[in-house]
Design a binder for this molecule. Structure first.
Ligand SMILES: C[S@@+](CC[C@H](N)C(=O)[O-])C[C@H]1O[C@@H](n2cnc3c(N)ncnc32)[C@H](O)[C@@H]1O
Length: 291
């Protein structure tokens, strides 16, 4: 009978995913193999000649088939990596994207430069990836993270528990700032940070199958031009932001001008900076409040 070593399997899955047009075929293959074998990705290379047993091959075969049909590998294995942290995911939440790491990074840098305890509001938290990265990256911080979807918040709760930051992050269910209660919660923040839904109606129709058919629509779509949630965040931001605080938003690659106009219209910001991501697309907006 043919012997399937880790090396041989990885080669086969990579070719199979490549033929099917799956993103990052080798990385996806490594993620599936390490999940099924209970190994870290790096350990696959240490055990390259290990023969994989029949029962594990069966499980792997089924997952590779689903991956080849463009079911996202992060959902198949129930986790992904964000800002070098393991983040649990399922189909109730968006899979954290590498582009969003820039948002988390800018938030952490901003907070680290300030004195004393910092209060942060992460709107549209989903899996909680941004809030978790900020909680792990900044010493004295209290974070409120909100999401309208209870099921997504339960994924965020698992991530908060996994990273043992339950005393740092409070998860609240509701529409943007609505669940934040005066007198009970912090209501004015040093940083308001968000990666909200921002896909327009026409763009939504053109999304890849692995996104459109598997990821939650309410995590992606935000009205005709994709600006609905930004408009509502910007409407509510002034009363919730401290006078020297900042609003940081992830934006779509073609939304820079529209967001800048919305922020200027709010009249409470002194400085608005748009930064590009590693693919040279507009990605993160930082708006500093007028003192
Ligand atoms: C683009 S996903 C971002 C998730 C996560 N922050 C990330 O970066 O991966 C947007 C999230 O916003 C949530 N959402 C959509 N509309 C909302 C609203 N009005 N108030 C709060 N959360 C909302 C969705 O449930 C989804 O989890």
């Amino acid at each position: 009978m043919e012997k399937w070593t880790i090396q041989k399997l990885l080669g086969w899955i990579t070719d199979y995913f490549g033929d099917k047009g799956v993103d990052s075929p080798r990385l996806s293959g490594e993620m599936l193999l390490s999940y099924v074998l209970g190994l870290q990705r790096i350990e696959l290379y240490v055990h390259f000649d290990q023969v994989v047993s029949g029962d594990k091959l069966k499980v792997l075969h089924e997952l590779v088939k689903r991956g080849g049909e463009h079911e996202p590998v992060a959902y198949l294995v129930g986790r992904t990596e964000f800002y070098s942290l393991e983040i649990k995911v399922n189909r109730d939440c968006l899979i954290p994207r590498p582009e969003t790491e820039l948002l988390a990074e800018r938030g952490i840098e901003f907070l680290r430069k300030r004195q004393g305890r910092q209060y942060v509001c992460d709107l549209c938290t989903g899996s909680g990836c941004v809030a978790v990265a900020v909680a792990k990256g900044v010493k004295d911080v209290g974070i409120i993270a909100t999401d309208i979807c209870d099921a997504a918040l339960s994924v965020a709760a698992d991530n908060v528990a996994h990273h043992e930051i339950g005393t740092v992050i409070k998860l609240l269910c509701g529409d943007l700032f609505a669940p934040v209660i005066e007198g009970l919660d912090e209501t004015r923040f040093d940083l308001i940070i968000s990666n909200p839904p921002y896909i327009s109606a026409s763009e939504y129709e053109t999304l890849d199958k692995n996104v459109r058919e598997y990821e939650p629509k309410k995590a992606l779509h935000a009205g005709e031009e994709g600006l609905d949630v930004y408009r509502r965040i910007i409407e509510g931001v002034d009363v919730h932001l401290k006078d020297d605080g900042a609003l940081m938003l992830e934006i779509g690659y073609a939304q820079g001008k529209a967001i800048k106009d919305l922020l200027k219209g709010a009249g409470c910001f002194s400085e608005i900076i748009i930064e590009k991501d590693f693919q040279n697309n507009d990605r993160v907006v930082t708006a500093k409040k007028k003192i």
